[in-house]
Design a protein around this ligand. Structure first.
Ligand code: ARG
Length: 473
C-alpha cells in the first residue's frame, strides 16, 4: 500500500488531516474525539461507497474524470466495500468520520487518483446523501415487517371473527365485541402508520448530491444522473436546503413515535390480558421470562419492553426537532448529532415490529374466559335500551328503565339475562318474551351489522378488505 499519502493518519502532522492545509498545529486529542463521528457513522459505510460510485461515474460521464480514473476509483471502492462487509476496515478516529476514512483508504489503496474522488462535492452533500440512502433501506425493511405483522393480525382476526370478548370504555366492561374486531382495530392503526411511512419515503428519496458544500459546484455535474444511479426519484431543488435540513429524518421519527405508541397500546392490552385477573390470552413461553425469586411467575417481557421502548423513540423525535430548530442555513456541525437518534429510532422500530410480528400469530385466545367476562358488567344494557326503543319507548326513557333494571340486578347479584320476564316487566310493560334474544352476547354483537361494526360477518368482510390492501403493497 505504497502511496504519496501514507502519513495521512498521523495526528502529529497537521497537514495529515484531509482538511489540514491551513492548520498550523495538530488537533487537540480530546477535540479530535469530541468532533469525530466515525464511531457511529461507520454504519453508513456501504451507503457512502454507493454514493461515491455514482458520483465518480457521473464525473467520468461529464468528462471531469477519465474512464480509466473512474475504473480505478470504482475498483478501489468496491474492494473497500468488501473490507467493510468482512469487518476488516481499519476505522480511525483521527480521520473523523466515515467519509474521510473511506476517502483516505481509497487513496491508500489506489494512489493519487483517489484524491480526485472528492471533486465537485463536499462532505455536506455526501452525508445528506448517505443518510437518505441508509434511511431508505431501513424504511423498506420496516415496511416489510409491518406488512408481516399486519398479515398475522388479520389472519388471527379472521379466525376469531365470532370470538366474543368484552369491549371496554374507561377499562370498564362496556359492550360485547368480537376478538377479531379488536384485532382489526390494531390493524387500522398500523395501516395508517404504513401510509405515513410511505409518505415519508417520498421525501427521503430525493438526491442532495451536487449541492456540494452549500452553493453547488462549478463543475459541469449532472445531478439528475446521480439521482438516477442511486434510485432517487429526483434531485433536491435548492442547494442550501439540501445540505442542511433533516426534516425527512424528523418525519421518520414522527412516524416511529406514532407506530411505537400504537404498539405500546397493544402491548399494554397484552400485559393486561395475560394477567391472572383478565386471563384472556396465553402468550407462549418463548415470548416470556420468569422471575429469579418467584417460581410461579411468567412475565410478558416482550410487550412490556415494547411499551418501554416507546419512551426512547419519543425522545429521539424531540431530540431531532430540537437539534434543527435554531440552525441558520446552511450546514452546521450540529447536524452530526442527527445520526444516533435516527439510527436508534430505526433499530428500535424494526426490533419491536419483529417481536410483534413473531408474537401475533402465536397469541392464543382463552375463549371461555373472554366469553364469561363479556357476560359480566351488564354489557348488554344498551341492547335492552335499543330493544325498548324498537317497542316504541323514547331512548331517554329507555335509558332510565334499563338503569333501574341494572340497579335491581345488582341487588339480586345477577346479570340482566338472568332476571325473569316478570322481574324485567316491573320496569316496563313494553318488555316481552323476545327480550332474551337481545340480552345474549351473540345477539348483541350480531346486531352491530354495518361497516365498521363488530358483527362477525362484518369482521369477516373487513378482514377481506384488509387482505386486499395488504396484497396491493
Ligand atoms: N460527520 C459530518 C456529519 O455527520 C459530516 C459532514 C461534515 N461536514 C463539515 N463541513 N464538517 O454531519
Amino acid at each position: 500500500m505504497s502511496n504519496d499519502n501514507s502519513s495521512a493518519n498521523s495526528a502529529q502532522n497537521p497537514a495529515a488531516k484531509l482538511w489540514g492545509g491551513r492548520f498550523s498545529e495538530a488537533t487537540d486529542a480530546f477535540v479530535e474525539r469530541f468532533t469525530a463521528s466515525v464511531m457511529f457513522d461507520q454504519r453508513m459505510g456501504l451507503e457512502d461507497i454507493q454514493g461515491s460510485l455514482a458520483h465518480a461515474q457521473m464525473l467520468s460521464e461529464v468528462g471531469v474524470l477519465t474512464a480509466d480514473e473512474f475504473q480505478q476509483i470504482a475498483g478501489g471502492l468496491n474492494a473497500i466495500a468488501e473490507e467493510i462487509k468482512a469487518g476488516e476496515f481499519p476505522w480511525s478516529v483521527e480521520l473523523e468520520d466515515v467519509h474521510m476514512n473511506i476517502e483516505s483508504r481509497l487513496t491508500q489503496r489506489i494512489g493519487a487518483t483517489g484524491k480526485k474522488l472528492h471533486t465537485g462535492r463536499s462532505r455536506n452533500d455526501q452525508v445528506a446523501t448517505d443518510i437518505r440512502l441508509w434511511l431508505r433501506n431501513r424504511i423498506d425493511q420496516i415496511a416489510s415487517e409491518l406488512t408481516r405483522l399486519q398479515t398475522g393480525l388479520v389472519d388471527l382476526a379472521e379466525q376469531n371473527a365470532d370470538t366474543i370478548m368484552p369491549g371496554f370504555t374507561h377499562l370498564q366492561s362496556a359492550q360485547p365485541v368480537t376478538f377479531g374486531h379488536h384485532l382489526l382495530a390494531w390493524n387500522e392503526m398500523l395501516t395508517r402508520d404504513y401510509e405515513r411511512l410511505m409518505d415519508c419515503r417520498k421525501r427521503v428519496n430525493r438526491s442532495p448530491l451536487g449541492a456540494a458544500a452549500l452553493a453547488g459546484t462549478s463543475y459541469p455535474i449532472n445531478r439528475a444522473r446521480t439521482a438516477e444511479l442511486l434510485g432517487f426519484d429526483a434531485p433536491t431543488e435548492n442547494s442550501l436546503d439540501s445540505v442542511s435540513d433533516r426534516d425527512f429524518a424528523i418525519e421518520f421519527c414522527a412516524f416511529s413515535a406514532l407506530l411505537m405508541t400504537h404498539l405500546s397500546r397493544a402491548s399494554e392490552e397484552l400485559v393486561l390480558w395475560t394477567s391472572s385477573q383478565f386471563d384472556f390470552i396465553d402468550l407462549p413461553d418463548r415470548f416470556c421470562t420468569g422471575s429469579s425469586i418467584m417460581p410461579q411467575k411468567k412475565n410478558p417481557d416482550v410487550p412490556e419492553l415494547v411499551r418501554g421502548k416507546t419512551g426512547r423513540v419519543n425522545g429521539h423525535l424531540i431530540a431531532l426537532l430540537t437539534l434543527m430548530k435554531s440552525q441558520p442555513l446552511a450546514y452546521n456541525k450540529d447536524n452530526q448529532e442527527d445520526k444516533e437518534p435516527l439510527f436508534d429510532a430505526a433499530d428500535t422500530v424494526l426490533d419491536c415490529l419483529r417481536a410483534f410480528a413473531d408474537m401475533a400469530p402465536a397469541l392464543k385466545p382463552k375463549k371461555e374466559n373472554m366469553y364469561a367476562a363479556a357476560g359480566k358488567g351488564f354489557s348488554t344494557a344498551t341492547d335492552l335500551a335499543d330493544y325498548l326503543v324498537r317497542k316504541g319507548v323514547a331512548f331517554r326513557d329507555a335509558h332510565e328503565i334499563v338503569g333501574h333494571s341494572v340497579a335491581f340486578a345488582i341487588e339480586q347479584n345477577c346479570d340482566l339475562a338472568e332476571l325473569s320476564l316478570a322481574q324485567l316487566q316491573q320496569f316496563s310493560s313494553a318488555i316481552g318474551e323476545d327480550v332474551f334474544d337481545v340480552l345474549t352476547l351473540e345477539g348483541s354483537v350480531a346486531a352491530r351489522d354495518h361497516i365498521g361494526g363488530t358483527a362477525p360477518n362484518q369482521v369477516r368482510a373487513a378482514c377481506a378488505r384488509a387482505r386486499k390492501l395488504l396484497g396491493a403493497r
